[in-house]
Design a protein around this ligand. Structure first.
Ligand code: PMV
Length: 324
């Protein structure tokens, strides 16, 4: 058990979003969701259980962490210890290859890598479905980062039935996510808090649940048909529906800022010019542009023309969990 284990997990961006839990403790979502795992952004996490330790010790990007992130990590490791029947504390070393300002959630890759590394370090031999269920307990979106390419998180009803599975791990479609970074500030409302507030107060929440089920079926069909345009249209529509819940919550809130709307406008302008580009946004202001490789140059030029200071990252489909 005293052998350090290192796992790598990549981030994913949802094309059909997860926004709300029916069971907050077990992280069982109200809807199923579907994402694309990305090649550019990942987390490497090393875990070793050590009898000498009197508490879990976490370092993130070589900095010792003692805040709320450590509390969440210990709560997660308690699940692993319970499964493995041990009570030993662990040393966790996590390196995030997710630019912190990119507005890309690192919790998905973070908890997926932690689930894989800690379970193996504790002597457990979990298959990918069990890993997905475990990762889900850290952060819902992490359940999908166990798999590469397109993955669906089936909402399920309880801990046993709520997990992700691959839809297409080796992506055949020419698809990429262009992350446009215009605002590097930390989000003010965490996803955990934001989504439950939307459930509790948006009058459109039930409509969202129904519409998202329709979008999901269509999205899986678009992937099967290699139909990029339909995929893009559905993803943008689904993201805007999710953000509408926040605009219609009481009190209302939004992750959008002026830049978010400007980039949304720019994406619509590009489409008017015949360029296939679609937008998706998560719990932060930065926009991800879903596009194809032959449009990279013209999209980047349009962004740079309007926003010379924008940071742009281009990511392609990435792999599932691996051990290093
Ligand atoms: O898994 P969380 O708690 O970081 O929530 C993720 C929520 C969204 O990124 C907005 C949507 C999604 O499905 O990833």
């Amino acid at each position: 058990m005293n052998t350090p284990i290192t796992a790598r997990a990549h981030t994913n961006i949802a094309l059909i979003k997860y926004w709300g839990k029916k069971n907050a403790e077990l992280i069982i979502p109200t809807t199923s969701s579907l994402s694309l795992t990305l090649d550019q952004f990942y987390t490497d996490t090393t875990v070793v259980f050590d009898e000498q330790l009197t508490h879990d010790e976490l370092s993130l990007n070589d900095t010792l962490i003692t805040d709320n992130t450590l509390t969440k990590t210990t709560a997660f490791l308690d699940l692993v210890r319970q499964m493995a029947g041990i009570d030993t504390f662990a040393r966790i070393n996590s390196i995030n290859h997710v630019p912190t300002a990119a507005g890309l959630a690192s919790s998905a890759s973070g908890f997926a890598a932690l689930a894989a590394a800690s379970s193996k370090a504790a002597g457990l031999d979990l298959d990918r479905q069990a890993l997905s269920r475990l990762a889900r307990r850290g952060s819902g979106s992490a359940s999908r980062s166990i798999f590469g390419g397109f993955a669906e998180w089936v909402a399920g009803e309880d801990d046993f039935t709520s997990y992700a599975h691959p839809i297409q791990e080796n992506v055949t479609m020419d698809i990429q996510m262009l992350t446009v970074v215009l605002d590097g500030s930390q989000k003010k409302i965490g996803s955990r808090q934001g989504m439950q507030h939307a459930i509790a107060t948006s009058p459109f929440y039930n409509t969202w649940v129904a519409e998202s089920a329709v979008d999901l079926v269509a999205m899986k069909q678009a992937i099967a048909n290699n139909d990029f345009q339909t995929l893009g249209e559905l993803a943008e529509h689904n993201a805007l529906q999710m953000h509408s819940l926040n605009f219609t919550a009481k009190p209302a809130f939004t992750y959008f800022n002026g830049y978010t709307l400007s980039i949304l406008n720019l994406v619509q302008d590009l489409r008017r010019q015949g360029i296939q580009a679609y937008a998706t946004m998560d719990a932060g202001p930065n926009v991800k542009i879903i596009s194809q490789s032959d449009a990279t140059q013209v999209i980047c030029a349009a962004i740079k023309n309007n926003f010379p200071n924008a940071g742009i990252e281009v990511a392609k489909p990435g792999p599932g969990i691996s051990y290093l």
